[in-house]
Design a protein around this ligand. Structure first.
Ligand SMILES: Nc1nc2c(ncn2[C@@H]2O[C@H](COP(=O)(O)OP(=O)(O)OP(=O)(O)O)[C@@H](O)[C@H]2O)c(=O)[nH]1
Ligand SMILES: Nc1nc2c(ncn2[C@@H]2O[C@H](COP(=O)(O)OP(=O)(O)OP(=O)(O)O)[C@@H](O)[C@H]2O)c(=O)[nH]1
Length: 442
């Protein structure tokens, strides 16, 4: 499981600058999609070989408005409660302020490791920029420059040193697809889980060993194995699973990261909200296979059905790689079809793409439409091979490939997906330019 780093600090110390710095590599993997808006408070990042989730508590810092530290906004409090590591940012140019001291007092009670990060330290003597902040009693201050990127790798290595590297769960003994059922509060996730598990054989159901573990519920359906990764803090009461915790963006992100196939649940009786779009954005960034279940279809009339279909097209157009199902979790209608799509999305995500066919497909695409010249450069693509699964990655070798525009990358993605009939999974293109082997690597 990826550790969660939560950024805390008074306004203007550079939290969002650090957040952007910590999540940049991941964002760059996904070509900008029309309509995609990212939630700039929650992200997935990687520095060196360390993966993590990062949360910026900016925007819901209530201190300026309320003036009282112990009235921190609920969301910031929830993020602090769910953090593995807290980064407390202060401003090395402004020096120590009373507001910093109040936040420090709160964080000391958080029961989480806190690291004191002194930002805006570029061009300054380490010992001088840090001097003030020893008084906070939070250990040695760590000077960085979020804007320039100084000290960031050392920071991540240090704060995550005690967490095990995230390893892919082994695919041992054919446990089948790992599924995460996600969606904003009240869309019907628990109802869908119960409809799925109600009559099925739940093979073994262990409570997690530690609070950091997610709950995995293995079950069997029509002779096939699945594992449900819990997002909602599900607990079993008798035969029924119910949510015991309030909605958590962090848990949602964790579950998306740990699964193979996401089932995104939307509520047809409500409008598509920003929260739906943000969750959809996380799913796109993650590269996971996806099935969309538009729930409560039983409760809406034809007019509303038409409306919601159009709203989905408009706001979630970037999910068009996925199959959509219009279901009633309450009545069990459409649930079997959702599971069929889960199977085919999983198969597509795990597909094996032979090199000769990939290269032939690439050549056909180039013949149909060559990549545009960019200044002095004409990108040259020579051959392709598969670089990974879930999502399938196609690695293309050639020259001047850093000059390929996002629109052409999307054209290539579509071409490969159609050629190999991949449905339900995104596909990623990575470029390797011969004279610079690092371009396109993550
Ligand atoms: N010199 C310098 N300026 C920085 C650095 N990081 C951020 N800044 C500047 O500090 C200001 C505040 O940065 P933000 O990232 O918006 O700060 P924040 O903590 O997210 O602020 P809120 O959104 O108000 O909570 C901006 O003008 C940044 O350009 C840095 O490393 N060095
Ligand atoms: N009409 C109708 N109502 C549904 C359907 N599915 C769920 N509901 C109702 O929607 C409400 C919310 O359902 P839950 O399953 O608790 O939703 P959830 O997404 O798990 O909610 P949280 O636990 O808050 O995350 C309940 O009152 C359900 O009975 C459906 O298919 N049709």
């Amino acid at each position: 499981m990826k550790p969660t780093i939560v950024l805390v600090g008074r306004p203007n110390v550079g939290k969002s600058t650090l957040f952007n710095r910590l999540t940049r590599t991941r964002d760059a993997l996904v070509a900008d999609q029309p309509g995609l808006t990212r939630d700039r408070h929650y992200g997935i990042g990687r520095v060196g070989d360390r993966d993590y989730l990062v949360v910026d508590t900016a925007g819901f810092d209530p201190v300026a408005k309320a003036g009282i530290m112990h009235e921190m906004a609920r969301q910031a409090e929830q993020a602090i409660a769910e953090a593995d590591v807290l980064l407390f940012l202060v401003d090395g140019r402004a020096g120590l302020t009373p507001h910093d001291e109040q936040i420090a007092a709160r964080l000391r009670r958080a029961g989480r490791p806190v690291h004191l990060v002194v930002n805006k330290a570029e061009g300054m003597e380490r010992s001088i920029v840090s001097a003030d902040f020893h008084a906070l009693g939070l250990g040695a201050p760590l000077p960085v420059s979020a804007a320039h990127g100084d000290g960031i790798k050392q920071l991540v290595d240090l704060v995550l040193a005690d967490f095990p590297l995230d390893e892919e769960p082994e695919e041992a003994e054919d446990r089948g697809p790992r599924i995460a059922i996600v969606g904003r509060p009240n869309v019907g996730k628990s109802t869908l889980v119960n409809s799925l598990l109600g009559e099925e054989r739940v093979i073994a159901f262990d409570m997690p060993g530690t609070t950091r573990d997610a709950i995995a519920i293995p079950f069997e359906r029509e002779g096939r194995n699945y594992t449900l990764i819990d997002t909602a803090g599900l607990r079993r009461r008798g035969k029924i699973f119910e949510a015991i915790e309030k909605f958590s963006v962090i848990k949602t992100l964790q579950a998306i990261e740990q699964c193979n196939v996401v089932v995104l649940v939307l509520d047809a009786s409500q409008d598509i909200s920003d929260q739906d779009a943000h969750i959809a954005g996380f799913i796109l960034d993650s590269g996971r296979a996806l099935v969309v279940a538009v729930n409560k279809w039983d409760s809406v009339d034809d007019y509303r059905r038409e409306l919601i279909k159009r709203a989905i097209e408009h706001k979630l157009g970037f999910l068009s790689f996925a199959r959509f199902h219009y279901i009633s979790a309450l009545k069990g209608a459409g649930v079997a079809a959702v599971m069929k799509s889960v199977d085919s999305a999983y198969a597509a995500a795990m597909v094996n793409l032979p090199t000769p066919r990939l290269t032939r497909t690439l050549q056909a695409a180039l013949a149909k439409q060559a990549p545009p010249r960019s200044g002095m450069f004409r990108p040259k693509m020579r051959y392709a091979h598969q670089g990974g699964n879930n999502p399938p990655v196609v690695v293309i070798h050639g020259a001047a490939l850093d000059q390929v525009p996002a629109s052409y990358v999307r054209f290539l993605e579509r071409t490969f997906m159609e050629a190999f009939k991949l449905q339900g999974t995104p596909l990623r293109i990575q470029f390797r330019t011969s004279h610079n082997p690092y371009i396109g690597k993550d």
